[in-house]
Write a protein that binds this ligand. Structure first.
Ligand SMILES: *Cc1c(COP(=O)(O)O)cnc(C)c1O
Ligand SMILES: [Zn+2]
Length: 399
């Protein structure tokens, strides 16, 4: 395998054992826990000026902190997205600075590209011919795109409620698509059935926290943010949270940069969810270490309608250890926030993503932020995937 020098294997977050990445491909062979790429950080010589001297062209500019070499990467130059100042929002929230990390500028329009780039690279390194996953929509579209680039066959299970763009583009990329009635849990069950079929024993899973590599790709969002802020650590990062892949990735990245002496400290990480599906917020507020499955998920924000986020202990650890928090707002407030940002800053936030903006408003009203704080909102996907939802909301207000 074409791995990087400091990458030493996969650590199980449950039992702590380390496995060779040649052998272990998905969950822990001993206990079934989530595997997390591990590095020999002491062997790394990474300085600020070295990183600054590199072109800001792709997430793979942080190659040393990724498992695979840039030359082996299945990449479309994902990442290297802008961090756009939002002065009107900063005034509105009563803080020093607000920035929007605009992940809508990725190849398939969301930050899912970062994770799928690394996960599909792993599939190629393991000589897979087929990749498979269930997804709310964006991860499936990204998987179909990266599989196409790597000449792999993709099998994508989507719930009927997935957005039109997602379904259309899985087709356009040549993916084998199964649309399942219901929501993400039903799509997940259909995927499990297909994976259990002997005929499909060769399918390589790209499922959230089955592959160890999706959070690993998403961690590069944080590296970019601090470099774009001239190595200042922001006070808060607000993230629209479903399965928490991006949040966990960024938390890992923040501890890595701190431990490598590239930054001082870590930001507060905040999970923003929709009131109609907020298992993480509820667990955080109740002081629990693990979520309870949300019984009747119901939100317009499909990307974060994840009723049973398996990595919740890790998400909750990230929120608490970083002195961050969790916040849930209503669909109506979330869509209002997307429209306010579009009308005042010009930036297009997806419906799901606007949970971060709406959550930040609520947090500022609770007095969570200081007047000089720097707040980063993660715009995890482009607004135009949800143009119909945003416009209907506007029209529903008689505008
Ligand atoms: C998948 C997705 C999320 C949630 O990501 P997790 O890592 O599962 O928490 C947020 N926003 C958008 C646009 C998404 O596609
Ligand atoms: Zn284990």
């Amino acid at each position: 395998m074409e791995t990087t020098d400091a990458f030493v294997g996969l650590d199980c977050v449950s039992c702590g054992d380390r496995f060779d990445a040649d052998v272990a491909t998905h969950r822990c062979p001993e206990c079934g826990g989530i595997l997390d790429p591990a590095y020999d950080y002491d062997s790394l010589e990474l300085w600020r000026d070295e990183l600054e001297s590199r072109r800001f062209d792709s997430q793979w500019r942080y190659e040393e902190l990724l498992p695979f070499t840039r030359s082996a990467a299945v990449s479309m130059d994902e990442g290297a997205t802008p961090l756009v100042p939002c002065p009107d929002l900063a005034d509105e929230l009563g803080v020093g600075q607000v920035y929007l990390k605009d992940e809508g500028r990725n190849p398939t329009g969301t930050f899912k590209d970062r994770g799928q780039s690394v996960a599909v690279t792993a599939a190629v390194q393991h000589d897979a011919s087929d990749v498979a996953l269930a997804s709310a929509g964006n991860a499936g579209q990204a998987a179909a795109a990266y599989a196409a680039r790597a000449d792999l066959d993709s099998h994508v299970f989507l719930p009927a409620r997935a957005g039109f763009t997602n379904k259309a583009m899985v087709n356009v990329h040549g993916g084998d698509m199964t649309v399942v009635g219901g929501r993400i849990s039903e799509a997940g069950a259909a995927y499990e059935d297909a994976m259990a079929d002997e005929e499909n024993a060769h399918w390589y899973s790209l499922q959230t926290f089955q592959t160890p590599y999706r959070h690993e790709g998403k961690k590069t969002m944080y590296y970019e943010i601090v470099e774009q802020l001239d190595w200042e650590v922001p006070d808060a990062v607000v993230y629209p949270t479903g399965g928490g892949v991006g949040l966990i990735g960024m938390y890992k990245a923040a501890t890595e940069f701190r431990d490598l002496d590239l930054t001082d400290g870590i930001p507060g990480f905040y999970a923003a969810q929709a009131e109609g599906c907020a298992p993480i917020v509820t667990a955080f507020d109740d002081g629990r270490d693990e979520h309870e499955p949300w019984e009747h998920p119901d939100t317009i924000c499909g990307g974060i309608e994840i009723p049973n986020p398996g990595a919740s202990p890790w998400i909750l650890e990230a929120l608490r250890e970083s002195d961050g928090g969790a916040v849930a707002t209503s669909d109506s407030d979330i869509l209002d926030a997307a429209i306010t940002v579009a009308q005042n800053e010009g930036l297009e936030m997806g419906a799901t993503c606007a949970a971060a903006a709406s959550g930040a408003w609520e947090l500022s009203q609770r007095g969570e932020f200081g007047e000089d704080d720097t707040i980063v909102l993660m715009n995890t996907g482009t607004g135009n995937k949800d143009d119909d939802v945003l416009r209907s909301h506007l029209m529903g207000k008689g505008i």
